[in-house]
Ligand binder design. Structure first.
Ligand code: NI
Length: 177
């Protein structure tokens, strides 16, 4: 297994549209393993393949306290969404250090395939429902900050770009030593 590089907002590759997975092979299992290792290491509760620059419809989620309940959704589709909506404070591994409230469906029913290509359905509520909607957005090229006002989004963009410049500068310094 290996850690994958997580794209940082506003990397334009985060806005690519993911294609359905059609081959359920060892390569796919390896990708799932690497994504899980990357998510647990970060640490985060969810990761979409889009965030590691693989533009296929694959998301993983683990909302358990024990970090032992990995859920894998391939080609996920929301088949039902509650009319009730709730606001939840969200964060994203592609936008580290930024948290803000986003309104989403309180409950959703998702249809997806597992890593073997077998279909399943899951009713999600609470944090799991938030994660499913957040990660599925990534597959459509959407990052949660796009739900915020343009004023907030521009501030976040500027903060992220500044951090990136500082990281590059620090890297240069450390390699020069
Ligand atoms: Ni995210």
């Amino acid at each position: 297994m290996s850690l994958l590089n997580i794209l940082r907002y506003p990397d334009p590759r985060l806005h690519k549209i993911a294609k359905p997975v059609t081959t359920f092979d060892a390569r796919l299992k390896r990708l799932v393993d690497d994504m899980a290792e990357t998510m647990y290491d970060a640490p985060g509760v969810g990761l979409a393949a889009s965030q590691v620059d693989v533009h296929q419809q694959l998301i993983i989620i683990d909302t358990s306290d024990t970090r032992s309940d990995l859920r894998i959704f391939i080609n996920p589709q929301i088949v039902w969404a509650s009319p009730e909506r709730s606001v939840y404070e969200e964060g994203c591994l592609s936008v580290p250090g930024v948290y803000d409230g986003v309104e989403r469906h309180t409950e959703v029913k998702v249809k997806a395939l597992d890593v073997e290509g077998k279909p399943f359905e899951l009713a999600a509520i609470g944090l799991l429902a938030v994660c499913v909607q957040h990660e599925m957005d990534h597959l459509k090229g959407k990052v949660f900050v796009e739900y915020l006002s343009s004023l907030k989004r521009n501030r976040i963009k500027a903060k992220m770009l500044k951090e990136e410049r500082e990281m590059h500068r620090d890297n240069r310094h450390s390699t020069a030593r």
